[in-house]
Design a protein around this ligand. Structure first.
Ligand code: FES
Length: 107
């Protein structure tokens, strides 16, 4: 699938270990700034399909949904238990701006 990088935030506006919700081309994304890296995963929990992942509890490179505790890897998006999965979006940071790769619009 063709993707395009979309600017979603300024790095200076992100706080270490605090999630931020952004929307890029209809993709609901939770940004997490952890250990100097920015991760972008789907914000919609695979359990009950609610946008809670940006409010999750961080533990290392995992985030736990505040609703019922499903825990996901920020690197793979995969739930640590069960077969739930969040989409993972490639991230790049250029000149202090954060970009996330999302599916390109149909041409
Ligand atoms: S809605 Fe996320 S664990 Fe239930």
């Amino acid at each position: 699938m063709e993707t395009v990088f979309v600017r979603v935030a300024r790095l200076a506006d992100l706080t270490e270990q605090r999630g931020v919700r952004v929307v890029a081309r209809e993709c609901e994304i939770a940004l997490w700034y952890v250990q100097g890296r920015v991760f972008a995963v789907g914000d919609v929990c695979a359990h009950q399909h609610v946008p809670t992942i940006h409010e999750g509890i961080l533990n290392g490179l995992t985030v736990t949904c505040p609703r019922h505790g499903w825990t996901y890897s920020l690197e793979s998006g995969k739930a640590l238990e069960g077969d739930g999965r969040l989409p993972v979006y490639p991230v790049k940071v250029e000149k202090g701006e954060v970009f996330v790769a999302v599916p390109a619009e149909d041409v």
